[in-house]
Design a protein around this ligand. Sequence first.
Ligand SMILES: [Zn+2]
Length: 162
Amino acid sequence: MAIRNLRFEGDEILRKKSREVEVVDDRVREILDDMVETMHANNGVGLSAVQVGILKRLVTVDVWYDEEHTPLKLVNPVIVKESKETHECQEGCLSFPNKFAMVNRPEKVTVKALDENGKEITIKGEGLLAQCLCHELNHLDGILFVDLMEPGTLEYLDPNKE
Ligand SMILES: [Zn+2]
């Protein structure tokens, strides 16, 4: 496994649409493993492949920070259902270091995807998991949280200042 270089705000690749993965093979599994490592190394809860410069529909998510859960590795994820109720949440992105803004996300979503072995899986997410799934799936279509934020809520938190 290896930590990959992140792509940041202003990089045109973040605006591109990622392509469907046709075969879930060792190459795809290696990217997913690297994505989990990169996400953890940067204290992120989610990552999409485009953020490490790969235009494939791959997403990793880990909102749990515990031993019981293994990180989600999703291939070609699609939202198949989302609740009408939304919640307002503060959101950031590993491609926008130290920037945060308020975004409205569905309270609950259902996502279908393939796992790292190419098996179909369904994930039901609520709260932070739902937020994270929406955020990462947006990346696959070149949509960023700053496109969805409520006007005037963007904040820059200087990491060098306590
Ligand atoms: Zn992001």
